[in-house]
Design a protein around this ligand. Structure first.
Ligand code: ZN
Length: 333
């Protein structure tokens, strides 16, 4: 028996040297063992103790081999599921580190920002800082609606655009600036005016920021946001003064029209183009829009729900007044 075991060992090593597959080598060993046992009758008398040892070794080897084969087959059947793709690449974690270390934002807040979809109406004075800060903060999907092109007279305050981009569509210019600042966000430019016909854009977003420069758009955005049940951060500026609030009637706050029920007669409230505007003013109010958006998305602090903030830049004064829904409001009442 020793000689047969020795022969099997030598064949196994030889098979390894010639790089034969394990399966082939096992079959060869089984054949040699079988030949020695049944044909050459190496143990001699089958009733002897020697023969019993042969049978025992054969049964143990057979069981061991069977166990290994079954185990291998089971292993092959179990497919290892792909590890889930991490939400942030290492470069993003470094980029957002100053956010993640804030107790009120942290990892969960940064994830919420990445998953957020925010639509900004207007890529002008208010849109410029809002869009830049939303992109810098890591808001995952940013939509921007504007039908205008960059004009030299915009550049005194619309800092998302550049002198070289005069004449190009504002949404394109804004998109380029945002992606240059943060290539990890997705920007969707809509070069059109927001109308009842193009209102379906709102469906793709969770939060609307209105930085438009005219009353028609402001009232329309409010109406569409109320109808879609989406929160709206709406701001406006003129000359030295700006105001901002978060309107969310689906959660008990007034809508824009509750507070400003009657649109002023044409010409009564001049636009920035007609009356002028201090250069940093849209920077202040537009940045507040982005700040309130980040707070709303991450749940940090106290937002401007049911509160209207008025900033008087000329006298450096800020007032915050409580506001309530109006029962006879034709939009949300
Ligand atoms: Zn209302």
């Amino acid at each position: 028996m020793i000689w047969v075991v020795f022969l099997c060992g030598a064949l196994w090593v030889l098979g390894g040297v010639f790089d034969r597959p394990r399966r082939e080598r096992w079959i060869l060993l089984a054949l040699v063992w079988g030949l020695a046992f049944f044909v050459l009758r190496v143990p001699g008398d089958l009733s002897s103790d020697d023969a019993r040892v042969w049978v025992l070794v054969t049964v143990i080897a057979g069981l061991g081999l069977g166990y290994i084969l079954v185990l291998q087959r089971l292993k092959r059947r179990v497919t290892v599921p792909d590890a889930p793709k991490p939400l942030f690449q290492p470069a993003e974690l470094e980029r957002y580190a100053r956010h993640i270390m804030l107790r009120e934002i942290g990892g969960p807040g940064q994830k919420a920002l990445k998953n957020a979809r925010v639509l900004v109406i207007g890529a002008g004075g208010l849109g410029s800082p809002s869009l830049l800060y939303l992109a810098a903060a890591g808001v995952g999907t940013i939509g921007v609606v504007d039908d205008d092109t960059v004009d030299a007279s915009n550049l005194q305050r619309q800092v998302i655009h550049t002198d070289l981009r005069i004449g190009t569509p504002k949404v394109q210019s804004a998109r380029d600036a945002m992606l240059a600042l943060n290539p990890f966000v997705q920007v969707r430019p809509y070069q059109r005016r927001l109308t009842a016909e193009t209102a379906a854009i709102l469906d793709d977003y969770d939060l609307i920021l209105d930085g438009s420069d005219n009353f028609d758009t402001r009232y329309l955005v409010n109406q569409l946001a109320v109808k879609a049940g989406k929160p709206l951060i709406s701001a406006a500026i003129t000359q030295w003064e700006g105001q901002i609030s978060l309107y969310d009637p689906a959660h008990g706050t007034p809508c824009y029209q509750c507070i400003f029920p009657h649109r002023p007669a044409p010409g009564m409230v001049p636009t920035c183009a007609e009356a002028g505007v201090a250069s940093p003013l849209p920077g202040v109010i537009g940045s507040m829009m982005a700040m309130e958006a980040v707070k709303h998305i991450t749940g940090a602090g106290e937002g401007l729900k049911s509160r209207l903030m008025i900033y008087d830049a000329l006298y450096a004064e800020v007032r915050v007044i409580g506001i309530k829904p109006r029962e006879d409001c034709e939009i949300c009442g």
